[in-house]
Every structure is written in structure tokens, then in C-alpha cells.
Design a protein around this ligand. Structure first.
Ligand code: SAH
Ligand code: SF4
Length: 374
């Protein structure tokens, strides 16, 4: 396995790291009226301004503060941008201040866009079929680096005359609940009504099944949707695909899901990557149904995206239909997630892994990164 690129440079503090209250507090601490957080927030998140020194509408004390502190408000440069052949999916590789690269995917649907965000560089969970897991863990993303992905997506869409992204899924590189505090702060910033205003119901956090994180989200009444990646219905099968299962086995995970549903009164989304001959047979579907018993769940089936270091294949179309049908008959809403932009390696971590393997991007690169650089 290639060793992930490590760097000594710590990510720089950015204004995108601060939620509204912290920004007001910071101004206050620097002797500036905290009420000036409002125009600053508006400029950052509604007007998408990056060069705050150029803003002549700010009150003079705020302008002086900006001049003297030169706050960092940089978007990560786009080191690659690939478009799928269907024209609906754009995948960005963003270069962070320490040289790490993470993926953000923008998926177009009729009348809206969804962005898929990364929460870590690499991932410590090691799921065998996942390109990010195959890379290993490098570091957590800061809250600002998560927010900056939404800003980059919003600016890119704006340049193309579009709005959004209206929906966000934390299903890019990394395990969100392994980076709990930064992820929650980022989501608070992103859903702040005075700024980006992405509705909490339009945001989904996907976890491999970190039980303490699920319980904490429930206890803290976090308003985002929760998706749990299950993929198998016995401990032996799940541990072979998802090593985190050894730490938080199925019974504990299902208990936590029940607790989440009871505490929040909301349904849970359950992800199941369908791998031919591995977890796509109908006996497994029946076991899956019994594992879900009593849980208000919506199931998403994801046909496997093949990756370099896992030789499984996606389940066949007929089998996917049968699997879906069984779940639906048992009363579970069940959708098959489109494999959007599979030609741009839209599976989590695949673009970065491909780039590392090839040393460069091939003909799939259709947009000059320089043209998109902020
Ligand atoms: N770490 C989180 C979120 C990122 S992965 C999690 O595991 O839930 C988002 C989803 O993509 C997960 O359900 C994951 O199992 C799935 N996934 C990862 N690699 C995949 C692949 N090669 N093919 C299909 N699904 C994959
Ligand atoms: Fe990490 Fe999720 Fe990939 Fe598993 S599937 S290795 S948890 S990113």
C-alpha cells in the first residue's frame, strides 16, 4: 500500500472555522463591536466574498480590524476537476494548505445540486472495498476545510449560473463521526440561516457505525439526517468488510440506531453496498430485514464501485431488483443509489487514488484546474 502523503505543515486557521457566535466573540476580544459579525458573515456567506479588504460597505472599525489582522479566508485551489460524460457530475480535487488533497463531488439533479463532502484526508476505518480506506488515515479536516468545500461548490455553481448546493451528504473521504467536533461545527456554520442556510433536513451525515458518535448525535439532538453503513447482517461477514465492526459489533450498533430513532423521533438511513456473491443473496436480504426489526429505516442500496485494491464486483441488475423488492415488501422504503459519475471515479476516494496511481489525470480531465482556481 502507498503510504499517504504526510506533511508537517498544520492547516492554517481560517475565518471559515468560526461559527457566528465565535466570530462575534473574536471581534469583541479584539475591541470591535461584536454586532459587526453580521455584515462580515453576510459578506462571507451570502456574497461569497473572498477579499474582505475590498469591501467598502463595512463599518470603519471592521475594515480596520480586517486590515490589521488579515484574516485567512482562502478557498483551497482546485487541483483537478473532472466532469462525468453525462454532464451531471463534477468531481473536484481540492488542495489543502498542507498539500493534502480531498474530494468534493457536485451532483446535478433536476432543479437542484447535491454536494458530497469529505471530512478527513484518508480514513482510519479500513473498509476493504473503499478507495479512501485503502489509503489509510492522514488527518482530520478542520471545520473551516469542510465549510470551504461548500463555498468552493457554491462558487463553481454560481460561475455556471446555478445556485446551491441545496443538499449535502457527508459521504466523501473520511469518517465524519471520527472527526465529531469539527464536523458538527462545520454543519452549524453551513446551516446558519444568516449565511449559507442549508436546511438541516437537507444534510446527511454517513457513518461506518461509530456507536459513541451515533449516541452523542442523538443526545445532542443534532438535526441532520443520519445514515449508517451496514453492508452485512452478521458480525463475521461485517467484520470482514468493515473492520470497525470488531470494535462496535452489530448488536451494539443496532442498539445505538434504536436509541437514535427513539431520542430524535426521526428515521435512520441505512446504506448497503451490494457486492456480487458477497452480500447480495436473498438469504442475506432476509437476515438484513430481521436485523432492522423495529427500526424506522430507509435503506439505500449502492452497487459496488470497483476499486483498485478490492476485486469484488457490483451486484447484477436483476439481483439488485430482487433485493430491493424484498426490503420493500418487509415495509422498508428502499432506493438504489445511482452510481453517479462512475466514469469520474465518483466512488469515495477514487479520484485521489487514481491520480496517485497515474501520477497525473488522463483524458477524463475536461476542465483546466487553472481556470477554476480561486
Ligand atoms: N465513512 C462514512 C462516509 C463516507 S463513505 C461511511 O462509511 O459511511 C460513504 C458511503 O460510500 C458508505 O456507505 C460506504 O460504505 C460507501 N462506499 C465506499 N466505497 C464504496 C465503493 N467502492 N462502492 C460502493 N460504495 C462505497
Ligand atoms: Fe472510511 Fe467510510 Fe471508506 Fe469505510 S467506507 S473506509 S468508513 S470512508
Amino acid at each position: 500500500m502507498d503510504s499517504p502523503m504526510m506533511s508537517d505543515a498544520a492547516p492554517r486557521d481560517s475565518l471559515y472555522d468560526l461559527d457566528f457566535a465565535s466570530l462575534a466573540k473574536r471581534l469583541d476580544a479584539d475591541g470591535v463591536n461584536p454586532a459587526h459579525a453580521s455584515p462580515l458573515w453576510y459578506a462571507m456567506y451570502r456574497q461569497l466574498q473572498l477579499d474582505l479588504t475590498a469591501n467598502m460597505d463595512f463599518p470603519p472599525p471592521l475594515r480596520r480590524w480586517i486590515q490589521s489582522t488579515s484574516p485567512v479566508l482562502a478557498l483551497p485551489p482546485i487541483s483537478a476537476c473532472v466532469h462525468s460524460t453525462d454532464g451531471l457530475t463534477r468531481k473536484l480535487l481540492l488542495r489543502l494548505s498542507d498539500g493534502q488533497e480531498v474530494e468534493t463531488v457536485i451532483m446535478g439533479y433536476p432543479g437542484r445540486h447535491t454536494a458530497c463532502l469529505s471530512t478527513q484526508a484518508g480514513c482510519a476505518m479500513g473498509c476493504v472495498f473503499c478507495a479512501t480506506g485503502q489509503m489509510g488515515f492522514v488527518r482530520h479536516l478542520t471545520a473551516g476545510e469542510i465549510v470551504a468545500q461548500v463555498m468552493a461548490a457554491r462558487r463553481l455553481l454560481q460561475e455556471h449560473g446555478d445556485t446551491g448546493p441545496r443538499n449535502l451528504v457527508l459521504m466523501g473521504m473520511g469518517e465524519p463521526l471520527h472527526n465529531y467536533d469539527n464536523v458538527m461545527r462545520a454543519l452549524e456554520i453551513i446551516s446558519d440561516r444568516r449565511g449559507l442556510n442549508v436546511g438541516p433536513a437537507k444534510i446527511s451525515v454517513s457513518t461506518v457505525g461509530i456507536v459513541p458518535g451515533i449516541r452523542r448525535m442523538a443526545e445532542e439532538q443534532r438535526p441532520w439526517n443520519l445514515a449508517v453503513s451496514l453492508h452485512a447482517a452478521t458480525d463475521a461477514e461485517r467484520s470482514a468488510l468493515v473492520p470497525a465492526n470488531k470494535r462496535w459489533p452489530l448488536a451494539e450498533l443496532i442498539d445505538a440506531c434504536r436509541f437514535y430513532c427513539d431520542q430524535t423521533g426521526r428515521r435512520i438511513f441505512v446504506e448497503w453496498t451490494l457486492i456480487e456473491g458477497r452480500n447480495d443473496d436473498l438469504a442475506t436480504a432476509r437476515r438484513f430485514i430481521s436485523v432492522l426489526s423495529g427500526i424506522d429505516a430507509h435503506v439505500n442500496l449502492i452497487p459496488l464501485n470497483p476499486t483498485a485494491r478490492y476485486d469484488g464486483a457490483p451486484a447484477g441488475v436483476t439481483r439488485i431488483d430482487e433485493f430491493q423488492h424484498l426490503l420493500q415488501e418487509a415495509g422498508y422504503p428502499c432506493t438504489v443509489r445511482q452510481r453517479r459519475g462512475i466514469d469520474v471515479a465518483a466512488g469515495c476516494g477514487q479520484l485521489r487514488a487514481d491520480k496517485a496511481a497515474q501520477g497525473h489525470l488522463t483524458s477524463r480531465q475536461t476542465t483546466s484546474p487553472a481556470a477554476l482556481r480561486q
